[in-house]
Ligand binder design. Structure first.
Ligand code: NAD
Length: 387
């Protein structure tokens, strides 16, 4: 990399996204400062090269580029909670004293960069920073689609910002998709995940219909997927988890309602997906009889195979539902290992096993040996009951 292209990049938030961008930026020859408020996160960082992780916000003061990669969850009323974005803006206001490029990668509703970030920082500093939105698309555990080859959406608030942000991502991404405004980039990210959420809900509803009709769900889905055009395959499951699919559509529904559009489709999809844990337990009870006093193990606590993320994971709702029905619910997950202060149970001696997430580290043989009745939500285990 030529010297003038090498930047000092500060990344606010060193979670899944912040780390991934830090690695890519270091790999492209930039000098990276990773700032996080959580000392445990900072001490667990393992990034080589010209990289420094810290809880000291003053270290971002020399940056040419700041990337915001903080959580954007829902609050108790399932409305957007932008408190971490607000706090990141405060950190920028307090520590950056010259005009730089500020990029938001956190997922949020259209208008966030313009109204919640740029106007707040400019209102406080008047420094005339360049602002851009480039929503992150990284997929945890996906080895094929990584920072380098996943097309990068971006837009600046003005042409100068767009030119700067394009140059930055072009230093480590193969394909840049420039859109006309930050609002287009922000809305595209929400629509991508809403598309997944509603299609997963549709296939989950279909699983219930086909089961009631006594038609094998997965065989129907495989048959439909042979159509070479106009069809995209989605698989049923125990619900949706992680920081994106259960959350982002509600950001879209929130802005929709603010402009008088009720977003019923998104709400209905949420309902169907959130209802799946209860449906799974009802199917188990239908096969196995009353669950009162039965020893049930839920296999796979995280929301995705071979990933340890337990945020919004449907397994927690399955356990809740089992306990409501009087079962003695335990869980097994060698990838998560510790959850809610409890360690993973040994996989043996149960009456019922419910496979919510199938990590490679858990063998099919061990699952089948753990209980006389197995219910598989993943469709990956032959010869047992399931979705
Ligand atoms: N995880 C994904 O697969 C994924 C994919 C695409 C987009 N996103 C989006 O990217 C954003 C970040 O997601 P994530 O998965 O990296 O979250 P994360 O929870 O893994 O990491 C966020 C980090 O930010 C830190 N943090 C919180 N407030 C802070 C502050 N004020 N200053 C500095 N650090 C702060 C937290 O301590 C945490 O380490 C979210 O908007 C998310 O929706 C996530």
């Amino acid at each position: 990399m030529k010297n003038e292209s090498r930047k000092i990049v500060a990344i606010i938030g060193q979670g899944y996204v912040g780390r991934s961008v830090a690695e890519a930026a270091v790999g492209a020859g930039h000098r990276v400062v990773g700032f996080d408020i959580n000392p445990d996160v900072v001490s667990s960082l393992k990034i080589g090269g010209d990289y420094k992780g810290s809880t000291d916000a003053s270290l971002i003061g020399d940056a040419d580029i700041v990337v915001i990669a903080v959580p954007t969850p829902l609050d108790g009323a399932r409305k957007p909670d932008l408190s971490a974005v607000d706090a990141a803006c405060k950190t920028i206001i307090e520590n950056i004293k010259k005009p730089i490029l500020i990029i938001n990668e956190s997922t949020s509703y259209p208008g966030t960069l313009r109204n919640e970030i740029a106007s707040v920082i400019e209102g406080a500093t008047g420094l005339g920073h360049a602002y851009a939105s480039s929503p992150e698309r990284v997929d945890p555990g996906n080895e094929k689609w990584i920072q380098k080859n996943t097309p990068r959406l971006l837009a600046g608030l003005n042409p100068e910002a767009t030119a700067l942000v394009r140059k930055f991502y072009a230093s480590f991404c193969d394909e840049i998709i420039e859109v006309s405004t930050p609002e287009v980039a922000e809305a595209a990210k929400l629509f991508e995940n809403t598309f997944r959420q509603v299609n997963i809900a549709l296939v989950n509803e279909f699983a219930q219909i086909s089961n009631a009709l006594d038609i094998p769900t997965r065989e129907v889905l495989d048959a439909a997927a042979t159509k070479p055009f106009g069809f995209m395959s989605f698989q049923p499951g125990p619900g949706v988890g992680g920081h994106c699919i259960p959350v982002d559509p509600s950001y879209l529904a929130y802005v929709a309602e603010n402009v008088g559009v009720p977003a019923e489709f998104i709400k209905r999809a949420n309902q169907v997906n959130l209802g799946m844990p209860a449906y799974v337990v009802s199917r188990v009870a239908k096969d196995a009889g009353s669950l009162k006093g039965k020893k049930v193990v839920v296999i796979g606590i995280s929301y995705k195979a071979n990933v340890s993320d337990t945020r919004e994971a449907p397994a927690a709702l399955v356990i809740h539902e089992l306990k409501k029905q009087g079962a003695e619910a335990a869980w097994h997950d060698p990838v998560v290992a510790m959850w809610n202060g409890q360690s993973s149970s040994e996989l043996k001696g149960f009456d019922i096993a419910i496979v919510v997430t199938k990590h490679d580290a858990v063998s099919e043989a061990a699952i089948k040996a753990s209980a006389p009745y197995v219910f598989d939500c993943t469709g990956s285990i032959k010869g047992v009951a399931g979705l």
